[in-house]
Ligand binder design. Structure first.
Ligand code: ASP
Ligand code: MG
Length: 652
């Protein structure tokens, strides 16, 4: 024997009732079934209101309710049957007009089950309607069980029993109810009485969920849970199950399945006597009003370390910008009192922390260039640090070979990341083919970006067209947020009026060393600061590349020819307080609207570059929103810094 209970929305229309019929008939092929139904949704509320009035007023309130039931009957039945069912309902409506106020609410289940029992009978199934008012005795389970058992036993020929949920009689034989939502409990009583092999509660949600999906859209169905945690959730605000339902099923050892009438393939939640786990398993989160506030319950199976849980929740709350007024624990749960106004945010925060585990996105990384930066990046990635950002990076290629990039284009899966840590002049020609192959690019090679403007645009467009990214935040100022600051200004309609970039590590080093130029240069070369050919630094080539990249980021289509360069003369004797400054300044006289220069300048003490130390870089950005400049200063080179910055570009 199986017991199937259908809630109010499952019987709320002829279409829904047809679903119920399908579900029940399917089970009835193999087993005898007891079907318990609620009143159609909203009906009990209306009946309670109706019970508070009488006479014509009650008659008026009854009218739409009667019509609602008639409509269902009209759609489900034809001819003689239709009239017979309507006549049966009419008797009930007649009684309802004169029923004592508190009894009115018991009619909803009588109406719905009458219709459904008739429908089964029409389908040719041997069906019997059982009057729950005579077999369910409130607060007396022993009597209830024996009454149900004997009324079922008497009818071995019957395949489908249909009984109203919710209603019962008290010890004195008066009609009563089992409390709001009580049909679930009726079903458990029937199941326990007949030792049913299965108890299913069919409702309009896909089972008991990790949170109420109306509050937390990311909530998901709990596939299996223990009786105790189901009871705990039901007692503390999970509306999907009426709490008293659990005990009779548990005592009789019958599993309870919560299923969705509107998605019958889904197996929903099974509540059964699964053994309690050795370590704490979080089950779900529910909430209940507590005065003007809301109390949130975080329910667990197994032993709870409540101090740790409360601390974890507190940090989740902090992240969400909310806080709890009070916290505490009890058997099977910890709780948090929060202001009603933030209850949803708090529920979401707790749910996210305890029930949402973002799956790691796997990313294949190909690194071109086995120099200091490439090697530092390889080491950084292998620490697994990216997992904290939800990415599982694996380096599948690491090479300085020129043919490497062609192999990547031919074999790498889409949305792998190609990292250019070379200083190749012509590798950029492979960027468009890489992007066309769906491969994302991160570059620390500024030569690849300081190409003619048309080529630069072609690469950026290829990235857009293919839904890929081309990121090169490391190319100016290494890990200092120079490019991103400029692109953010531009993206938010701020207009850059000037950029002064003191971004040549070699020259900054030389000028802050306090030593004669030639000697300091030799030292810079020795420690590997300069480009391979130091005239690239002194002649301003390196600064030029950086200025091109900066300007284009600001939306100025600068070309190398537009820049006025005064190279540094290595044989000259320079006064102190000089800096090699690359600048872009708004200038209505120039065709571009900006004047671009790279030259040695004497900087006054008031200039941010005056205080530069060692190889540090500084950029001074003036814009409409920042007429007093925005200054970004700090270490402008280093393999570790570069690797960190590249990783950020990969993860962004
Ligand atoms: N119809 C009753 C109520 O709304 C019982 C139930 O639906 O379980 O409370
Ligand atoms: Mg209900």
């Amino acid at each position: 024997m199986q017991v199937l209970k259908f809630g109010g929305s499952s019987v709320a229309s002829a279409t829904n009732i047809s679903r119920v019929l399908d579900i029940v008939e399917h089970v009835a092929l193999e087993d005898r079934v007891i079907v318990i139904c609620s009143a159609i949704s909203g009906c009990t509320d209306k009946l309670i209101a109706l019970g508070e009035v009488s006479g014509e007023e009650r008659e008026a309130m009854l009218k739409p309710l009667r019509q609602q039931h008639y409509d269902i009957v009209t759609r489900l039945f034809t001819g003689m049957e239709r009239n017979a069912v309507k006549a049966e309902l009419d008797t009930l409506f007649e009684d309802l007009l004169n029923a004592p106020g508190e009894e009115c609410q018991t009619y909803g289940e009588l109406l719905s089950t009458r219709i459904i029992a008739r429908k089964f009978a029409c389908e040719g199934l041997s069906t019997l309607w059982i009057d729950s008012r005579t077999v369910v005795i409130k607060d007396n389970e022993a009597r209830t069980f024996s009454k149900i058992a004997s009324s079922v036993d008497k009818h071995r020929e019957v395949r489908i029993f249909v009984a109203p949920g919710f209603i019962a009689s008290d010890g004195q034989g008066h009609v009563t109810t089992l409390g709001r939502g009580g049909s679930d409990y009726s079903a458990a009583l029937f199941a326990a009485a007949v030792h049913a092999s299965n108890l299913e509660i069919w409702t309009d949600v896909p089972g008991i969920m990790t949170a109420n999906p109306k509050d937390v859209p990311t909530a998901r169905t709990i596939p299996v849970m223990s009786y105790t945690s189901a009871l705990c959730m039901a007692q503390h605000g999970a509306k999907v199950l009426y709490a008293p339902t659990v005990l009779p099923a548990m005592e009789a050892g019958i599993g309870i399945r919560i299923r969705n009438t509107f998605d019958p393939k889904n197996t929903g939640t099974l509540i059964s006597d699964i053994p309690s786990p050795q370590v704490c398993e979080w089950v779900g989160v529910s909430s209940l009003p507590a005065g003007d506030d809301e109390r949130i319950f975080l329910v667990a199976d197994g032993p709870i370390d409540s101090a740790a849980a409360i601390a974890r929740a507190a940090s989740a709350f902090r992240h969400a910008g909310v806080s709890a007024l009070d916290t505490g624990e009890s058997t099977g749960f910890v709780y948090f009192d929060v202001r009603r106004a933030i209850a949803r945010q708090a529920l979401s925060a707790i749910h996210k922390e305890f029930f949402e585990f973002p799956s790691l996105t796997k990313l294949d990384v190909y690194i071109a260039g086995c120099g200091a930066v490439g090697t530092a990046l390889k080491e950084l990635i292998s620490t697994g640090i990216a997992k904290e950002s939800g990415k599982d990076l694996s380096i599948v290629g690491f090479s300085s070979d020129r043919s490497f990039v062609d192999t990547v284009i031919a074999t790498a899966p889409r949305h792998s990341v190609f990292v250019d840590c070379t200083d190749s002049e012509d590798i950029y020609r492979k960027y468009v083919p890489l992007l066309e192959a769906g491969i994302d690019i991160v570059s620390s090679n500024r030569r690849s970006l300081a190409v003619p403007y048309v080529e630069y645009t072609a690469m950026r467009q290829a990235a857009m067209r293919n839904g890929c990214f081309l990121r090169y935040g490391t190319t100016v100022g290494t890990s200092l947020p120079m490019l991103q600051t400029i692109s953010r200004s531009k993206a938010s309609s701020d207009r850059i009026t000037s950029i002064e970039a003191v971004v040549s590590c070699t020259l900054n080093y030389i000028f802050s060393s306090g030593r004669p130029f030639a000697a300091a240069l030799r030292q810079a070369q020795e420690i590997g600061l300069t480009e391979k050919d130091p005239s690239q630094d002194l002649g301003g080539r390196d600064a030029l590349r950086k200025l091109l990249i900066l300007s284009r980021e600001a939306g100025v289509p600068l070309e190398a020819e537009d820049v006025e360069i005064e190279p540094v003369n290595p044989d000259a004797v320079y006064e102190p307080n000089h800096r090699f400054v690359a600048s872009l300044v708004e200038d209505s006289g120039s065709a571009l609207g900006y004047k671009a220069q790279i030259k040695l300048q004497k900087v006054p003490e008031s200039h941010p570059a005056y205080w530069l130390q060692g190889t540090d870089n500084v950029i001074i950005i003036r814009s409409v929103f920042h007429p007093n400049p925005l200054v970004i200063q700090g270490a402008g080179e280093g393999a570790q810094q570069a690797a960190a910055s590249i990783l950020n570009d990969i993860l962004k």
